[in-house]
Design a protein around this ligand. Structure first.
Ligand code: ZN
Length: 87
């Protein structure tokens, strides 16, 4: 077992759990920042953590490539009118 002790790892765990809204999220949602995670002395299995964060990174990659596809399809006019709607 390893203790969550780096900011990067804690941040990634918070972000992954926020995206998945799973039982990890249920457990850590009270720790809203890295400092609180350190204070809670959170331990993890190396393999489980790796699998969890990889799944998160894969998910983000898919979302990003979908967004790029959407951008590619949208014409300049679409983009302009979308911005007009926001304003
Ligand atoms: Zn495990």
């Amino acid at each position: 077992m390893f203790r969550v002790c780096t900011t990067t790892r804690a941040r990634k765990l918070i972000n992954a759990a926020a995206m998945f809204q799973d039982k990890v999220f249920d457990k850590i949602s009270t720790f809203q920042n890295e400092t609180r995670i350190f204070a809670a002395d959170l331990y993890y299995h190396s393999n489980c953590m790796r699998r969890y964060t990889k799944r998160y990174e894969k998910h983000v990659e898919v979302v990003l490539s979908n967004l790029e596809l959407e951008d590619g399809i949208a014409t300049d006019d679409d983009v302009t009118s979308a911005f007009n709607m926001i304003r």
